[in-house]
Write a protein that binds this ligand. Sequence first.
Ligand code: NDP
Length: 449
Amino acid sequence: MIQNEYLQRVYADLEKRNPNEPEFLQAVTEVFESLQYVVDKHPEWEEAALLERFTEPERVIEFRVPWVDDNGKVHVNRGYRVQFNSAIGPYKGGLRFHPSVNLSVIKFLGFEQILKNSLTTLPMGGGKGGSDFDPKGKSDAEVMRFCQSFMTELYRHIGQFTDTPAGDIGVGGREVAYMFGQYKKIVDRFEGGVITGKGLTFGGSLARTEATGFGVCYFANEVLKNIGHDSFEGKKVVVSGSGNVAQFCAKKCTEMGATVIAMSDSAGYIYDPNGVNLDVLFDIKQKRRARIKVYADEVPGSEYHEGCKNIWNTVCDIAIPCASQNEMDEEGAKTLIKNGAIAVFEGANMPLTPGAIAAVQEANLMYSPGKASNAGGVATSGLEMSQNSIRMNWTFEEVDEKLEKIMKDIFKACYDASVECGRPGDMMLGANVAGFLKVANAMMAQGIV
Ligand code: NDP
């Protein structure tokens, strides 16, 4: 519940002006609930309409994306880029290609990105973009034509000192490469830092592919160690999703001594009591681009179940949702709690509904919000831009070491903020407050812009 009067007023106004944006309003509510702990100490914020400005994107771009399929049929999708906040650096945030993409989804992601990027300690503002295009089932040539058309509009709004996109759901190495190629052709400059997640032969960083998933585990390990006096060793873990974040999260927690017993895609989930064979999973998802169901057909002793939400019925110690927003509801969270889980770490952005977060916090489970635990992806995108600027490549080990340090620093910043607010160990509160204070200071210093 938001109790502070200033926050209540800003929120009521936001609700009135954005009635069709439930995901965006959900993300703001979650942040405002945390900011109650600091807003009273800063009456100057209200005078400067800081929170009104903080919740209004600096710029929203919406555009037509026409493209032609392999049979010559013309399709039209909608493209978005929300440039939310540039107080601490150029806008940065991924592009999502998924049929569920709309303005509300992109605004919630862009809003979360402001705080996440602030937590990384790197100079990056917040933005997000994407399209309701579905790459699933499309040929490489169709995906290329779509990406080229998308970039033919987007290029005029981005640049290494303006706005630097990256990947997200439905946008991996293939899509980033097509978009970078088109950008380079149009502007006639090899501007490496304009987009991250590039291939290794044209400015990409080693460990960027792994970074989000690895980072989730580095962060989770800090929570387990410092708050739970525990570790991944011997734990049974459920990782939802089977895309970029889920794959490398599963890999790292396996390396850290856990057994990943279930993973999913949007149609259903697999259960493998012997531990998911990641060689098989990677082959299915990265090479064959097939459904996760194929895993159960090929690996003896494993099972496939229809319905991705039922994955939370699996008895486990730790749950790491890595698929999409609101994928774990209150019922899912309560089932996990009943089955004895000790922790939920968010790999995806806003994967828990408000009811699920309340249930997890009430039951005193260890918990980390996505904006803290999945910040390793964008942090390593920042490291990719650093390498592009100095025209050098770091080794996998160098990047991985920097990533681990950043995740430990984020944990410390969140933990210290939670202590200062009188709620030690409340990572949601700590992440929101620590991320916000830096942006707030920069916005106050820069005047009314
Ligand atoms: P991918 O496209 O690589 O994978 C997404 C996975 O989630 C797939 O298994 C997909 O299944 C599943 N999925 C997608 N939408 C839904 C849905 N509505 N319900 C159930 N399952 C769904 O995306 P990423 O791994 O890159 O992203 C996953 C999450 O992590 C997102 O929330 C993203 O914003 C967040 N994130 C990603 C970062 C990155 O670096 N990639 C950085 C920080 C956060 P299917 O194949 O069937 O669609």
